[in-house]
Design a protein around this ligand. Structure first.
Ligand SMILES: CC(=O)SCCNC(=O)CCNC(=O)[C@H](O)C(C)(C)COP(=O)(O)OP(=O)(O)OC[C@H]1O[C@@H](n2cnc3c(N)ncnc32)[C@H](O)[C@@H]1OP(=O)(O)O
Ligand SMILES: CC(C)C(=O)C(=O)O
Length: 518
């Protein structure tokens, strides 16, 4: 049987950004969109343009700059939303408007305050208007899995008649089960008379941990598009994880008879990029992209894998871009070897970027005996995460112990000169954060902080993430260094830089002036 082609619709930048605590800036979104294009996803849902001027700007930039995939924008079933979505995506080579409205009785009664008849009219009108603006229109019946199946079929029939090319069946609250959802897809296929004029899509949430299983059941029942996010990010418990869906389709191709044309070797690095830019860590036991996904701990397993990886590996680490090789380069490695390694890892950079990365690599190799592929990847992601740089950490000193108050001093470079300050804290990290706060001269509002090692060993790189809050928004920053205090300070400064890029410098009365001098 010939494999059916399944379209991968990535919504990391829309539903993924609805993950509590995640807030991406335009340049970060463009960087993720470029990575998704390299991954060869079919559709990128770039945002919900009416939600904010920042969302509008990000969707417009992605539409103009990211080539290859279709670029979709979300809109409620209102003229204003649809028009705004159109204005944001119109520069894309392949623009799509994705309009939605809820169809379950719970949502009709308690949220929309509409009758079913009114909803049918509204859905049809929205699709018709979107179709007057672009050729490619997707219609979603929000909360489809809790809607009356016959009513749902009527809504889809009207949406397709009005011009929808794709009809999406969301399990908005992660309520369905694989058998039930498969049956719903079959029901829609059998009871919507014009269903052959549209692609059936599904969009599953993970509230009961079944988002991927439900999506796969839908594929088995005939869905032609799956909506998903990198690392399973998304509202509440998240969406179906793209890496899991794609690798399930690839690994069990003989079962699903379906294929997604994703460049799977880009999966791991895309996952790390999204994790670094969103500040949401990937759990070690996460399928496909977690640190342990290809680690074999027990003797019997190691013995089997040494004889033949097929004994305990259903997919190879290389197939998702995870390198099997251990030591890569060291302080005596030259630029050619470094460039070769970047190529092997699938990166293509211009000369300036290679020069910057090589300098960072040499600096790291000076302090670290062995540089692993994961170290190099961490350096690459760090390069992404530091824009825009208002402050750069140039110096830090910390004194701490079990019977003394921890004290720290820092120096930050700015375009206006340098800012220096000292601070005390309950421990060395707290002290260095207080010193940074003194140096910038305004209260920062630390919400959370995390530290982990990139690889193992006494000279492993430390990767710190700091979350700060301002004006109700959360900004995450990332820092990388062998010295964990330096990594922490860099993460804090990175979060401050991101906050400043969005909120601007705090008002004079709030800022205590800082300790800047030229
Ligand atoms: C299932 C999903 O993930 S849907 C996407 C969710 N994403 C977001 O909500 C993005 C962030 N949201 C926002 O920025 C804001 O909610 C906005 C800009 C979209 C709307 O803001 P506001 O106008 O202040 O409305 P608010 O969010 O309070 O309420 C939503 C309104 O939209 C209506 N609405 C909700 N869904 C739809 C829809 N699909 N079509 C038409 N109207 C809708 C609600 O009934 C409510 O209407 P009302 O103001 O007449 O009572
Ligand atoms: C807008 C729709 C597709 C959605 O996000 C949901 O129903 O979860």
């Amino acid at each position: 049987m010939e494999a059916r082609r399944i379209q991968i619709f990535d919504t990391t930048l829309r539903d993924g950004e609805q993950t509590p605590g995640v807030s991406l800036q335009t340049e970060e979104k463009v960087e993720i969109a470029l990575a998704l294009a390299k991954l060869q996803v079919d559709v990128i849902e770039a945002g919900f343009p009416v939600a904010s001027p920042g969302d509008f700007e990000a969707v417009s930039q992605i539409a103009a700059r990211v080539k290859g995939p279709t670029i979709a924008a979300l809109a409620r079933a209102t003229e204003k939303d649809i028009e705004t979505a159109y204005k944001a995506v119109k520069r894309a080579d392949k623009p799509r408007i994705h309009t939605f409205i809820a169809t379950s009785d719970i949502h009709l009664k308690h949220k929309l305050q509409m009758t079913r008849a009114e909803l049918l009219e509204r859905a049809e009108k929205a699709v018709r208007y979107a179709k007057s603006l672009v050729a490619d229109v997707e219609f979603s019946a929000e909360d489809a899995s809790r809607s009356d199946w016959d009513f749902l079929c009527q809504v889809y029939e009207r949406a397709i008649a009005a011009g929808a090319n794709v009809i999406n069946i969301p399990d908005t609250v992660g309520y369905t089960t694989p058998v039930e959802f498969g049956a719903l897809i079959t029901y829609v296929r059998e009871h919507v008379p014009n269903i052959n004029e549209a692609v059936i899509s599904v969009h599953c949430h993970d509230d009961l941990g079944m988002a991927v299983a439900n999506s796969l059941a839908a594929v088995a029942a005939g869905a032609g598009q799956v909506e998903c996010t990198i690392n399973g990010l998304g509202e509440r418990a998240g969406n179906a994880a793209m890496e899991e869906l794609v690798m399930a389709l690839q690994t069990r191709r003989e079962y699903y008879h379906a294929v997604a044309t994703i460049n799977t070797r880009q999966i791991y690095r895309t996952s790390r990029l999204v994790s670094a830019l969103t500040g949401i860590a990937v759990p070690p036991n996460k399928a496909v992209v977690g640190d342990n996904a290809f680690a074999h701990e027990s003797g019997i397993h190691q013995h089997g894998v040494l004889n033949n990886p097929l004994t305990y590996e259903i997919m190879s680490p290389e197939s998702v871009g995870v390198s099997r090789n251990a030591i890569v380069l060291g302080k005596h490695s030259g630029r050619h070897a470094f460039e070769e390694r970047l190529k092997y890892l699938g990166y293509e950079f211009d000369v300036d970027t290679i020069n910057t990365l090589f300098a960072k690599f040499k600096d790291l190799a000076d302090r670290k005996k062995m540089v692993f592929d994961r170290d190099i990847e961490a350096l690459i992601v760090e390069k992404s995460a530091v824009r825009p740089e208002w402050y750069t950490l140039t110096y830090h000193h910390v004194a701490s112990g079990n019977n003394i108050l921890a004290t720290a001093s820092v120096q930050l470079r700015t375009s206006a000169g340098v800012a220096e300050a000292a601070g005390c804290g309950t421990g060395p990290v707290d002290a260095v954060f207080k010193a940074v706060e003194q140096a910038v001269g305004f209260p920062v509002g630390l919400k959370d902080y995390q530290l982990k090692a990139v690889t193992s060993g006494e000279d492993a790189l430390g990767e710190a993430t700091a979350w700060i809050e301002r004006d109700g928004r959360i900004f995450s920053g990332r820092g990388l260094a062998i010295d964990v205090i330096e990594a922490s300070a860099k993460a804090y400064v990175n979060a401050i830089n991101k906050m400043l890029a969005v909120c601007g410098f705090p008002a004079i009365e709030e800022a205590k002036g800082g300790n800047h001098h030229g």
